[in-house]
Design a protein around this ligand. Sequence first.
Ligand SMILES: [Zn+2]
Length: 133
Amino acid sequence: MTEQSNSKERLEVSYFIEAALETEVSEDGKNKHQVKCQRCPSLIMKENIGAVKEITFDLPSMKKKDEQESGVEQIKHFWMVPDMFQFENVGFSNTVGNVKFLTCADCEIGPIGWHDLDSKNSYVALNRVNYGD
Ligand SMILES: [Zn+2]
């Protein structure tokens, strides 16, 4: 039962990624539309800020601030943002090693991605945000 629902969920995630790669990536590899929080109306970044990157990263599962961690999800597609100040709204949660996890600045759901303290690059998971005009 559990295995079945897990593989169904994985299938839905890969469909979402494929759809996002089709409709959300501009000709120069940037986000075509605004990137927003999935839980609240907060604007994370404007159009043409993030560059799509294929990187494999184990991101902890999405949770609210006071919920317990419940595993990781291997994510392979991210919007890379080279400068924190290019975000409209983004928050930080905990730091693990040289990585700070990114959250929605308003509702604190996350992590929506991670910030690399060495390179200063930030990466927002394609499948953990919504897209708007
Ligand atoms: Zn939010």
